[in-house]
Ligand binder design. Structure first.
Ligand SMILES: Cc1ncc(COP(=O)(O)O)c(C=O)c1O
Length: 416
């Protein structure tokens, strides 16, 4: 794979994709002294960079093949890319998605005119079905990552970064099958030389990249469970791995809660809506800030197709992780005015009440007591600490109830 192939892809994509903005990031926690930029592929048409590879792949198919239509398998973002590219050329597209694919991504793919078949319990099973279907119907299969045209298309992300910011010291992107990072690596090595660090991030629940880089061969992991559904691929592709090893790419891992916190911070502080795969690079940077070189660092926000129900959980998780929600429990005498007195402490401290439960027959309560559990919005851990002290100082025997949301994707819900 050469820079020329990526330049060729850029020429064929001109006018067909959005050259996305590269913005200076706000000062995220732990990264205050880092010159950090965000490459906003979440703003790409179809909501992710996947459009680039799909468009470029279709541009290389002979017209008679195109006319028969194409088949793809995807967790959702490649599906939308192929559906969009197919519609632009007026050809039929069939996409096979796993039965538990994000409802948002399924609906978006259908609304782009593609036929969606839900098959298999994960991406790899969906892919097997799609490859067989393409063979049976003599239609071209459009790979999601293990293909030179797809990689060259994704590489245009790297080209745009290096052209806008020639001094780039490191580029960090999420790794599923590795097509995005491989394309970026080719552009960055050619234009930035060996000094540009190429860093791929995966959730610990996937972790197929680091062992593959170390062993020099594709490593298959168990069906992944992660909230970053775009990265839930059981193995990195052969060609991406070859390119990434030659480019001396690095592999970092992050936990799902760290990815969720990064999505929350991107939304709150940068006003950027990122799905898990798109916020994993920021999570990696916040976790491994000590490993960064001097100079401009680019985090690729590769997609923004976050299901609203998952967004709801991300917001809640982020508020908990930032210490902005507090749940307190106390036993009160069951007498008129007690609840009022109890809540007055929160009011005096400027904490807003989010939820309240007032239960007579609660476990642990005596016959003359009620149990009150109140969830409060606070400014952060310091405010929470002052509030707890104020309660204790006015004689209330309160207990702080931990808030620990589960952010792993629900197999029946939102993830791949
Ligand atoms: C938003 C997003 N980011 C990153 C990736 C990973 O891309 P690749 O499979 O090329 O490594 C995907 C793959 O679906 C994705 O949808």
């Amino acid at each position: 794979m050469t820079l020329e192939q990526i330049r060729g892809a850029a020429r064929s994509l001109a006018g067909e994709i959005l050259p996305t903005p590269l913005i200076r990031a706000p000062r995220f926690p732990g990264l205050e002294s880092v010159e950090l930029y965000l490459k906003l592929e979440n703003l790409q048409w179809t909501g992710s960079f996947k459009l680039r590879g799909a468009m470029n792949c279709l541009a290389h198919l002979p017209p008679e093949t195109l006319r028969r239509g194409v088949v793809a398998a995807s967790a959702g973002n490649h599906a939308q890319g192929v559906a969009y590219a197919g519609r632009a050329r007026g050809i039929p597209v069939t996409v096979v998605m796993a039965q538990n694919a994000s409802p948002l991504k399924v609906a978006a793919t259908r609304s782009l005119g593609a036929t969606v078949i839900l098959q298999g319990s994960n991406y790899d099973e969906a892919k097997q079905f799609a490859v067989a279907l393409a063979e049976r119907e003599d239609r071209a299969f459009i790979p999601a990552f293990d293909d030179p045209h797809v990689i060259a298309g994704q590489g245009t992300v790297g080209l745009e970064i290096l052209e806008a910011l020639p001094a780039t010291a490191a580029i960090v992107a999420g790794v599923g099958g590795g097509g995005l990072l491989a394309g970026i690596a080719v552009a960055a090595r050619a234009l930035g030389g060996p000094r540009v660090r190429i860093i791929g991030v995966q959730p610990t629940g996937v972790d197929s990249f680091r062992p593959a880089i170390e062993a020099g061969r594709v490593v298959t992991v168990a069906p992944p469970r992660t909230f970053a559904d775009g990265l839930a691929t059981r193995e990195v592709g052969r060609l991406p791995l070859e390119i990434l090893r030659a480019a001396r790419a690095e592999a970092w891992t992050v936990e799902d809660p760290e990815i969720a916190r990064a999505s929350f911070l991107l939304l709150e502080q940068a006003k950027v809506l990122a799905e898990g795969a798109g916020s994993a690079p920021l999570a990696g940077l916040m976790k491994h800030a000590d490993r960064l070189p001097d100079g401009p660092i680019v985090a690729v926000v590769s997609g923004g197709n976050l299901d609203p129900f998952v967004l709801d959980r991300v917001l809640w998780y982020g508020l908990v992780a930032e210490g902005r929600l507090l749940r307190l429990r106390a036993l009160l005498d069951d007498r008129p005015g007690q609840l009022n007195r109890f809540l007055q402490v929160a009011t005096d401290q400027g904490a807003n009440i989010r939820q309240i439960h007032h239960e007579r027959e609660a476990p642990g309560g005596g016959p003359t007591e009620v149990r009150v559990e109140v969830e409060l919005e606070v400014e952060g851990p310091d405010h929470a600490g002052r509030l707890v002290e104020a309660y204790r100082g006015s004689g209330w025997n309160i207990r702080s109830v931990p808030l620990v949301p589960d952010l792993r994707s629900d197999p029946q819900g939102t993830g791949r």
